[in-house]
Design a protein around this ligand. Structure first.
Ligand code: ATP
Length: 327
């Protein structure tokens, strides 16, 4: 069509405009009109190329292959959808859940997603909690965990899992209702923390060796008129050699430290063990060993565990609680 236009339109237009003009004058006008038409055609071609190229990138300039069919053929109908072109620039950046949760002041909700716990176990922990996650996100939640249960908690990074686990273990401020442990109301933080033990997510830079640390912990337990369990069998069950007890913490790998801390925490047999992503540094095989120990633990205790792994929650959990953002 451009070629036909280039050849015939200038001639017709010149004829119409100039009528009986002399041939030289008509030829000059014909040349000018030819240039005008070819210039417009070139500009249109450039615009089409620019929009086509733009269609392959999203609003952040990243390659967007949703415009290309699996066989790498252009999705022409999508590219020619003019209504889409201006909207591409103003299209909202799809928000990931993390900044949404961290930045907004909307109230958070933490609710039970599923529950497969069997009735019959005695109530270990009855804990109404209320407080602020971060500096501005109010959260109210009531946990009731029974004997033998593993309450799993999931949510996006930054949602507030660690914050709530610390509330549960009374390690950070929150507004408390009356809390009970095995049916007994407990107001003393020391008493509560002895029975509700929080295991931190990050490898702590501890001095000395695991053995010296376990001795300190064990002395604390003597005060509680209880002896800690022997560590070697526990270590063995999670794939750790007993000799690691004598090695400085600084020489243990992330996964070894994580399992060592887990074993020491399990050995103290708290009423409620609060675990913050206890297998985050472990390979699949070690993860399964830790899960087996969790499932085989003694009675009269419960576990609250934060995880990012839904399959782990399914394997070990009696119930799953998940975060959502309220209006
Ligand atoms: N000491 C603090 N002061 C202010 N804000 C904090 C503090 N500790 C945590 N926060 C904020 O509270 C929110 C929840 O943090 P938290 O560590 O509980 O998240 P999380 O769900 O455990 O995340 P992850 O899965 O990454 O461990 C985050 O937005 C975090 O920035």
């Amino acid at each position: 069509m451009n070629v036909v236009g280039l050849v015939s339109i200038p001639g017709m237009m010149t004829g119409q405009i100039l009528g009986g003009a002399p041939p030289m004058k008509a030829a000059r006008y014909q040349i000018v009109i030819t240039f005008l038409i070819s210039g417009c055609s070139f500009a249109a071609l450039c615009l089409i190329c620019a929009f086509t190229i733009q269609a392959f990138f999203d609003e952040r300039g990243r390659h967007d292959d949703s415009e290309v069919k699996p066989q790498s053929r252009l999705n022409i109908s999508k590219l020619l959808d003019f209504s889409k072109w201006p909207s591409r620039k103003t299209q909202a950046v799809p928000a990931t859940s993390t900044p949404l949760l961290a930045d907004s002041a909307s109230p958070l909700a933490l609710q039970k997603t599923w529950d497969k716990s069997k009735d019959g176990g005695g109530l270990i922990l009855d804990l109404p909690l209320e407080g602020l996650v971060g500096k501005q996100r109010p959260l109210k939640v009531h946990f009731k965990v029974h004997d033998g249960e593993v309450l799993c908690m999931m949510g996006p990074s930054g949602a507030g899992k660690s914050t709530i686990l610390k509330w549960i273990a009374d390690l950070s401020a929150s507004v408390w209702g009356s809390r009970t442990l095995r049916g007994q109301e407990i107001s003393s933080p020391q008493h509560w923390r002895r029975e509700v033990l929080y295991l931190h997510q990050i490898k702590a830079p501890l001095p000395g060796t695991p053995k010296s640390f376990a001795q300190v912990v064990s002395k604390l337990w003597v005060n509680a008129q209880r002896n800690a369990l022997p560590l070697p069998p526990l270590l063995q069950s999670i794939g750790l050699d007993e000799s690691l007890l004598e090695r400085p913490w600084s020489e243990l790998s992330g996964g070894e430290s994580q399992r060592m801390m887990f074993a020491i925490a399990m050995a103290t047999e708290p009423a409620c063990l609060v675990l913050d992503e206890p297998t985050s540094a472990l390979d699949e095989a070690s993860k399964r060993l830790v899960e087996e120990v969790l499932q085989k633990r003694g009675k009269d205790s419960c576990i609250i565990l934060a995880t990012h792994d839904p399959k782990q929650a399914e394997r070990v959990g009696s119930a799953l609680w998940s975060f959502s953002v309220g209006p």
